[in-house]
Design a protein. Structure first.
Length: 584
């Protein structure tokens, strides 16, 4: 394929480490763009692009790190080690551990450690307590339910919850987080203490908010709290082993799927599935994820929901289940002459698959596919040129894909491409900027939907810039032509990141500082010169707690702001918080 002509500088996710004499960013790299289908007979569903991608920008990346709203840098709740065929680890590439001094890191955060695990928990069925044990990685063994001597169910609701004033069942942590609250500041409606975790730490993946319940997973527990006062809405579910994956999405009737380990040994697998109703705590079907063919293991998995289809991704394949019944629907397997295997999936309004093809050979490349969530039939395929690695799906409807290509030294070329409903190229981002979309670590996993600081609404992509000196900005980018529509500066010196679009406005979160709590603000989707409208100003007295989560989940629902950690430190000396709810 012919190289694209040189274009004006188009920026990237970080400035070059070694700028040319006199400063500046220097000329952009001109890597070959993503291509159409490879030579040879196309696979079913191939969609040939109507035009080649233009020249992407470039950047020098230090290693990816968790942004302030991303997941843990080490194996995390949505990207577990082993998911996806092992990719070469380039200096500074996503998944590479932090390098030495001098490496600039546009995706900020700190590494997290792999959690330990215990061996047993209690399962309550019909008011009777049952002991459930995992298979500990042993072949052909299934969890066994045995009635215990104590038939009394655990109704404690797990770790204590406190209203913001320190009253309630707070146990040994009766803090009044609203003490000294100033006029105009929100109040802490309630907070939840973190449960005990191993000294090496533990994952606390996911956070789901329904009309009445806030649900949070942590280590081996799933707890639910009333959104208004924080009182437990149903008893905490204790899993026999640590939670290893969750569906970030919930079904239309507020159900999620939780995956937990089969045991605590090194051979244990992330293959035990449990459906849970978020409003009632009722447990539905269970299933065990089988291994695939040779080297295709369920040591770790990723899960996503598209309608009633639960897609479970193994290391080199995927299996779809009917989320209503737990019955298997179809498999996504290796395909094509180039030996393409599914490396990651993204769910939501559409089911998107990323495949890795060629296994390091001359025809090595990535492909993006849309699958019919009911049958697994391929709707379209788009093939990227050799060297390009699809890292993230910023959106699945419309499809917006972020890919990188290794350049000389620690430099990386990047490309953000939008696609039509038929899988042809729509546009690519052509904005000269350093963005910080708050993406979590992806080791061997792609973790396609691991970026929280990015919003796509209609025909516009909203991305936050990296904060260097002073306030950062949110940039609105047209998906029709890749050009900037407008940008808005943060109302404070701290970073502002988009959370969601609602009621014709972009809802954004402004990080807390040492002398001020965080803010929730609203911007018109159409832009303008108006200062962001303040929806909530969090209290300064809680800013240190609000700012303490190095890896967190945030949400704005019905006028309340929720923040929770996605990684427990396991430090018994500190009064670690798991989740806080703010309101007026």
């Amino acid at each position: 394929m012919t190289q694209p002509p040189n274009q004006p500088p188009q920026g990237g996710f970080g400035a070059p480490q070694d700028p040319p004499p006199g400063g500046g960013f220097g000329p952009p790299q001109t890597p070959p763009p993503p291509q159409g289908p490879p030579a040879g007979a196309p696979q079913p569903g191939y969609g040939y692009p109507q035009q080649p991608l233009q020249q992407p920008g470039s950047y020098t990346s230090g290693p990816y790190a968790s942004g302030p709203y991303g997941q843990p840098q080490q194996p995390g709740p949505y990207g577990q080690p082993g998911y996806g065929y092992p990719q070469p680890q380039f200096p500074g590439a996503p998944g590479t551990p932090p390098g030495g001094s001098g490496s600039r890191n546009p995706f900020k955060g700190r590494p997290a450690l792999v959690a330990g695990a215990a061996v047993a928990a209690l399962l309550v069925i019909g008011g009777t307590v049952w002991a459930v044990s995992g298979d500990d990685g042993k072949k052909d063994e299934k969890p066994v339910a045995k009635q215990t001597d104590d038939p009394k169910p655990d109704t404690s609701g797990g770790a204590p919850v406190n209203p913001g004033d320190g009253s309630g069942d707070g146990g040994e942590d009766p803090e009044n987080l609203n003490e000294g609250r100033k006029d105009g500041e929100s109040k802490v409606l309630w907070y939840k203490e973190a449960p005990d975790a191993p000294g090496s730490g533990a994952d606390a993946p996911g956070m789901w908010i329904t009309d009445r319940t806030a649900v949070k997973a942590a280590y081996k527990e799933l707890s639910a709290y009333n959104v208004g006062d924080g009182k437990p809405t149903w008893k905490t579910i204790a899993f026999p082993q640590k939670i290893c994956s969750v569906t970030a999405q919930k079904t239309s009737d507020d159900k999620v799927v939780i995956a937990y380990m089969s045991g605590s040994s090194d051979r244990a697998k992330c293959n035990q599935l449990q459906l849970v109703d978020l409003d009632t705590g009722e447990k539905g079907w269970t299933a065990k994820v089988d291994d695939g063919e040779l080297f295709d293991s369920a040591l770790s998995i990723e899960m996503s929901l598209t309608g009633n289809t639960l897609m479970v991704g193994r290391s080199q394949s995927g299996t779809a289940y009917d989320v209503r019944t737990g019955k298997k629907m179809f498999d996504a397997k290796r395909y094509g002459d180039a030996a393409c295997f599914p490396a990651a999936f993204a769910g939501g309004e559409r089911l998107i698959q990323v495949a890795s093809c060629g296994a390091g050979g001359d025809n090595a490349h990535d492909e993006v596919r849309e699958l019919d969530p009911k049958t697994g039939k391929v709707k379209w395929t788009y093939a990227y040129e050799k060297g390009w690695r699809v890292e993230r799906a910023f959106s699945v409807d419309p499809v917006v894909i972020y890919a990188t290509k290794d350049e000389d030294g620690d430099k990386k070329a990047w490309n953000i491409a939008a696609f039509t409903a038929g899988g042809t190229l729509r546009s690519q981002v052509a904005v000269d900027e350093n963005f910080d979309p708050g993406c979590g670590w992806a080791i061997l996993a792609r973790d396609l939907q691991g970026c929280q600081g990015v919003v796509v609404e209609g025909d516009t992509l909203y991305l936050p810039t990296e904060a260097t000196t002073g306030a950062n900005e949110i940039v609105a980018i047209s998906l029709d032509n890749g050009k900037e529509r407008w940008r808005q500066s943060s109302p404070a010196q701290e970073s502002m990141v988009p959370m969601k679009a609602e009621d014709g406005k972009l809802i954004a979160y402004v990080e807390p500082s040492y002398n001020a709590g965080g803010q929730v603000v609203a911007l018109p989707l159409t832009g303008g010169s108006h200062k962001p409208a303040e929806l909530m100003q969090n209290p300064q007295g809680v800013a240190d707690i609000e700012n303490s989560f190095f890896s967190k989940a945030i949400d704005w629902v019905d006028g309340r702001f929720y923040i929770s950690t996605t990684r427990l430190t396991g430090n018994d000396e500190s009064k670690e918080k798991l989740m806080l709810a703010y309101g007026k």
